[in-house]
Design a protein around this ligand. Structure first.
Ligand code: SF4
Ligand code: SF4
Length: 529
């Protein structure tokens, strides 16, 4: 229950100092106060709310939520809207943005610096440079004053992983302006609702949504960053003093009055500007002169929706997805150890607990396999390294994915399975956890949407490229028809290609796009010309 101040307020100033949440704010345009409903929680710990207890004029009243859907025409438009194709948008993907995303998502360990203040440090370019992050004491302040050390631990503990979504939305808006460190961009709650899938949540009131959006925006704007960057190619070394990663310039509140004259919050507008880091990492003009970088990637909207819907049940899986968004687009070798994935998903403390406390590893193992399954169903198929992550220690869902859909193929599968030394339904080996710690994934097979995300950067200008040959994508039904023409089961085809049976099934169902090398091998094996 939130409270509101009525028109008969005599401005005695008694209530403002009593509010533990700082929800009572002075009016900007006239003498008096208003209550920020995104901060007022109705003082649930006391019988009479603190402000009501000190108001002799009886000017405070509980605010009943408005019924029905509200969309304000007062809200300023966000210019331009992102996700124009409804699927992906460009976003700033520099190391600063990646590490800030990790901080919001992973609750990284913070250290005490030379001034005795808590900070998060990250070495860059093999220790030749460094990024230092701290939290701002007040995100609305013009000055980047760090938060007092005794408050930092509590603020970190309250980080909501969903704030990483607000951070990524800012990173997407930053690429819509030419000089993001100078030009602010404006967003309103309706855009957040749409991008985060909150517009479909019927269980939340408008005020719940506005409170959540504001909270996520404030958390994303809380990070300060200082940089010492080494020389890279022609880009000279530089240092930056502590500045916000995202500067929150203004928050607009939009109210609507009901028949009793009570004002209901129906919208929020945020004016945000990228920090000065963008001058070095998101600078189109200087990038052409090779004196700065312009680093961007592709952000799928489905990732934001996935984070918003799975952040509670699969927090570890969601952390991995956010990390992979940046990691996979770097290109090159995507081999990852299970230990690294565990570290990112659950943190060092949980990993130590699993290796030292009796029985704790079983819980972590179960969670990890379930989180990996979430990633698979989202659209990134883990590729298990045959040597170190063999079939007997793979998750049951991955082994079960090999069971064919076709009844005859399924029968053959179970007959073969019964004749093998280890059957699908056998319990895991006793040393599974130890072996898993040394196991590797050779990468992730991306869905069509994620292929766009990890596409390598455009080749450098000036270098001659061989003419590209357009090869028509093989459809799932064409592959299935060709396989049946050859009298191959899914298993036989998988063996010919050195792939798993589930890979064959997935491409036949059109679940993943097939990379050109695999297409060529499929055409050759199935004689598709
Ligand atoms: S009800 Fe409590 S939280 Fe709300 S404005 Fe009054 S004192 Fe602040
Ligand atoms: S205590 Fe009551 S009368 Fe005094 S400022 Fe607050 S709401 Fe107004």
């Amino acid at each position: 229950m939130t409270y509101t101040i009525k028109d008969d307020c005599i401005v005695c100033d008694n209530c403002q100092p009593e509010c533990p949440n700082g929800a009572i704010k002075p009016e900007a345009e006239r003498e008096g106060y208003w209550i920020d409903p995104t901060l007022c929680d109705g003082c649930p710990d006391v019988e009479i709310p603190r402000c009501v207890a000190v108001c002799s004029a009886g000017s405070l009243a509980p605010l009943q939520p408005k019924k029905g859907r509200r969309k304000s025409t007062l809200l300023p438009p966000a210019i331009p809207a992102i996700f124009l194709n409804g699927k992906t948008t460009s976003f700033a993907s520099s190391m600063v943005v990646w590490e800030a995303c990790n901080i919001l998502a992973q609750r990284q360990p913070w250290q005490t610096d030379a001034d005795g203040q808590l900070c998060y440090r990250r070495a860059v370019h093999r220790g030749r440079g460094e990024m230092r992050f701290r939290l701002a004491a007040d995100v609305e302040s013009d000055l980047p004053i760090p938060m007092a050390t005794d408050k930092v631990a509590q603020a970190i503990a309250q980080f909501d992983i969903r704030a990483a979504c607000a951070h990524l939305i800012f990173a997407a808006y930053a690429v819509t302006v030419d000089c993001p460190w100078e030009e602010p961009f404006v967003l309103n709650d309706q855009h957040f609702e749409r991008y985060l899938g909150l517009d479909k949540r019927k269980d939340l009131t408008k005020l719940d949504k506005l409170t959540l959006i504001k909270d996520l925006v404030y958390q994303a704007c809380q990070l300060l960053v200082a940089l010492d960057w080494p020389r890279q190619g022609k880009v000279k070394a530089f240092s930056l003093d502590e500045q916000p990663v995202w500067r929150l310039l203004n928050v607009e509140y939009y109210f609507e009055e009901d028949a009793q004259g009570y004002r209901h919050l129906i919208g929020l507008g945020f004016t945000v500007r990228a920090g000065i880091w963008a001058k070095h990492f998101l600078n189109k003009r200087e990038c052409r002169r090779q004196t700065a970088f312009y680093q961007y990637g592709s952000l799928p909207q489905s990732l934001l929706i996935e984070v918003m819907s799975n952040w509670q049940q699969h927090e570890g899986g969601v952390r991995l997805l956010l990390w992979l968004l940046f990691k996979l687009r770097l290109g090159g070798d995507h081999r990852l150890t299970v230990r690294t994935l565990l570290h990112i998903a659950y943190g060092e403390d949980r990993l130590i607990e699993a290796t030292t406390v009796r029985g704790a590893h079983k819980r972590l193992l179960k969670t990890f396999e379930s989180d990996l399954e979430t990633i698979y169903y989202y659209g990134l198929k883990p590729l298990f390294d045959a040597e170190t992550y063999s079939l007997d220690i793979q998750p049951l869902w991955a082994r079960a994915a090999d069971i064919p859909d076709d009844v005859d193929d399924a029968l053959e599968f179970w007959v073969n399975d019964a004749n093998q030394i280890r059957s699908l339904t056998d319990t895991a080996p006793r040393d599974k956890w130890q072996r898993l710690l040394n196991a590797r994934l050779s990468g992730f097979e991306p869905s069509a949407e994620w292929q766009q995300v990890i596409r390598r950067r455009a080749p450098k200008r000036g270098r001659k490229q061989p003419p590209s040959v357009q090869v028509e994508q093989l459809s799932g039904s064409a592959i299935k028809a060709a396989r049946q023409r050859q009298n191959f089961t899914q298993r036989t085809l998988a063996e010919h290609l050195g792939k798993s049976q589930s890979w064959v099934r997935d491409i036949e169902n059109g679940r993943f796009n097939i990379i050109p090398e695999d297409q060529a091998r499929l055409r050759q094996t199935l004689e598709i010309y």
